[in-house]
Design a protein around this ligand. Sequence first.
Ligand code: AMP
Length: 549
Amino acid sequence: MMPPGPLSGLIPGQMMDRPLLVAPLMRFAGDYHGDTAVVTRSVEGPIHRTTYGETHRRVQKLANALKALGIKPGDRVATLAWNTWRHLELYYAVAGIGAICHTVNPRLPIEHMRLILAHATDRLVFYDTTFTELVAGLKNSVPCVEQFIPLCDAAHAPSDPRLGDVLAYEDLIAPHAETFDWPEFNENTAASLCYTSGTTGTPKGVLYSHRALVLHSYSMVSSSRMTVDDVILPVVPMFHVNAWGVPYAAPMVGAAQVFAGRAMDGQSLFELMDGEAVTCALGVPTLWMGLLTHMRSAGRKPKGLERVVIGGAAAPESMIEAFELEFGVEVNHAWGMTETTPLGVVNTLKPKFKALSQAERTKLKSKQGRAIFGVDLRIVDEHGNALPHDGVAAGHLQVRGPWIIQSYFKHDARALTADGWFDTGDIATLDGDGYMHITDRAKDVIKSGGEWISSVDLENAALGHPDVAMAAVIGIHHPRWTERPLLICVTKGAARPTLAEINDYLGRKVPKWWLPEAITFVESLPIGPTGKIQKVKLREQFKDYRFDA
Ligand code: AMP
């Protein structure tokens, strides 16, 4: 079909009009990379090993089982699950029959969970047995859900009387044939559903189409340089934006996949990566802190580890340096959102920057990433006027592209500006080489004397201080400057730097007028369901804070 447009006289191309669908990704991996490994540290404990060949067979059994349960195209099927081979099977079987795989974040408050299961009207919930208690709490309060199915075999099925009769996943799929004729349908059909984490208010559903997921995978493998030689560990959960799309992208190139189950502490990750010779792992900075601590105590990197992709929150320079200088592991910073499937930019160095000094390279790598084909980027001022791409002007980051949201699930209105861009809620700079640097969330930005101070840059600079383990910066009302930064720190040990000491350190990294007005220490910072510091909670906690006169 020709796209609508003002041009007349266009001639249609004469190539096949084959839909971009998700199921063929696993069929491809099953057919041509049938002996490639899919390894999981199972929720039950032991390491579980399978292959793409076996996975595709089991996906087909599951597709038959779902049909036998009466799941129809368009129905929603939820998961409450860690990263495992069974969760991977659900991704493909549910989407493959034209239904929608709704990955629920188990770390959400239970009221949010009830809200989104009801909003999505999920018919089935597949859950890992670690969430049995949660499921008991949900069971009678979400009437749309017909069945809760534990992801295990009969021997491991929960026997909690509150759950009634339970059919274990393995028993569900066992009787079914391992062949399935994958239907073909319009590529704009919905395949999966993920609700935003609530950091931006009430959770809203983002409904990914098959087309978006396949195009995103093409982009992911090229921009993140995934190949058949890779063994990929998405530490990022499969309930957080489809594990950044890795479960779709890895089969596209026949890369092996390793799943961490629920064990995401530094030692468990190290052992798994080391044992499976993982080449590339992806996750949020808080997870990497745990791994780095373990790497330091082991005095080495996990065998085979070549690179880590850090996204979801800003990668501090100290973390980039630790991976690259101490352990020879390349860091690729990346930025994205639930609404962007999530790949938006990935930081790889252009050849001309490879000769930079290490310090300059680290600085460049701390930018969130470089533009990739398929995601148009622009920055605008508060009136919507385009700002220059000079690496200096900071404005509201807006994006556009085939894997960017158009409207939220069950919302009629488009979630876009009048001229068709999605406003990310982030404030960023862009330079002429396409490197994008997030300076803040729009609502986190600190307005001091009419200028903006980047809380993200201040936090990252503070994290380089030897005594600081975690840092968050928020704006506090100031009678003269409107707002000034308050630095909230968790220290590594008993030593607590004074404001003068910390500012002496920060003053070498950020402009003097950015320096925190005060520093305060806490035992821990509030971490949200996707591993990010919750500034909303901090602002609430410190709402009565006043700087000394
Ligand atoms: P979510 O939809 O929960 O994945 O959150 C998306 C938000 O996380 C973005 O709008 C950014 O504010 C933030 N984010 C993601 N990646 C980065 C990054 N590399 N640096 C800074 N912030 C990031």
